[in-house]
Design a protein around this ligand. Sequence first.
Ligand SMILES: Nc1nc2c(c(=O)[nH]1)N[C@H]1C(S)=C(S)[C@@H](COP(=O)(O)O)O[C@H]1N2
Ligand SMILES: [Mo]
Length: 225
Amino acid sequence: MPMDEDEAPGLTGQIKQKLVDTKEAWAKAGRLITGAPDRAHAERLPPGQRLVQDWPVLDLGVQPDVAKEKFRLRVEGLVEKPVRADWDEFMAMPQSEMVVDIHCVTQWSRYDNSFTGVKALDLLAMAQPKPNARFVIFHSYDGYTTNVPLEEFAQPDVMVAHSWAGEPLTRQHGGPARVIIPKLYFWKSPKWITRIELTYNDQPGFWEERGYHNHGDPWLEERYG
Ligand SMILES: Nc1nc2c(c(=O)[nH]1)N[C@H]1C(S)=C(S)[C@@H](COP(=O)(O)O)O[C@H]1N2
Ligand SMILES: [Mo]
């Protein structure tokens, strides 16, 4: 698949290689897997996580400046009706709100994040996946990629969000638009999204290729693969 010309080429030349190396080494060592559920929050806080009040910023050190005029959202690949929306078309799609908890593999969780955007289910209703579509590969403006099974994307609490707590998503948190998949660790929620590709074959993304778990369920502590 050719990359969108708006996507940054040569990602590895720009990222904080030291940071990536450290995380990759942790993944190899299986670090941070504690297996110890926090009893006080047994029903809400996944094992090995701690609750934070602020919202940490995690990325590869490249935060693309995507002007709304240049923003494009595409849903393509194994679909009957490829979607290609500019900002106004994206904002004219059915809008939804949700309040969800988010869980980062680096052990922080944050409760009650309110997001506004377009539900994955609404995008899929427009794009109409072909019967042989099995996986979703996300492509972002910083060159980041990540992958999920189609059934994980087709959950009612998955959306392409443009607002958080009623305000436009900031650039550092992935604005103008990012995917939110609350049931999986947060590395599966790509910031600065531009292309959502439905495929037959799975295609491990940036962190999945560097030792992170291919699935990433926080309740099963699927941190490292
Ligand atoms: N495009 C893009 N999306 C990304 C990342 C990234 O580097 N680039 N990092 C992932 C990781 S590892 C995490 S934990 C979350 C962090 O999102 P936040 O900075 O809004 O907390 O974004 C995920 N999505
Ligand atoms: Mo992360």
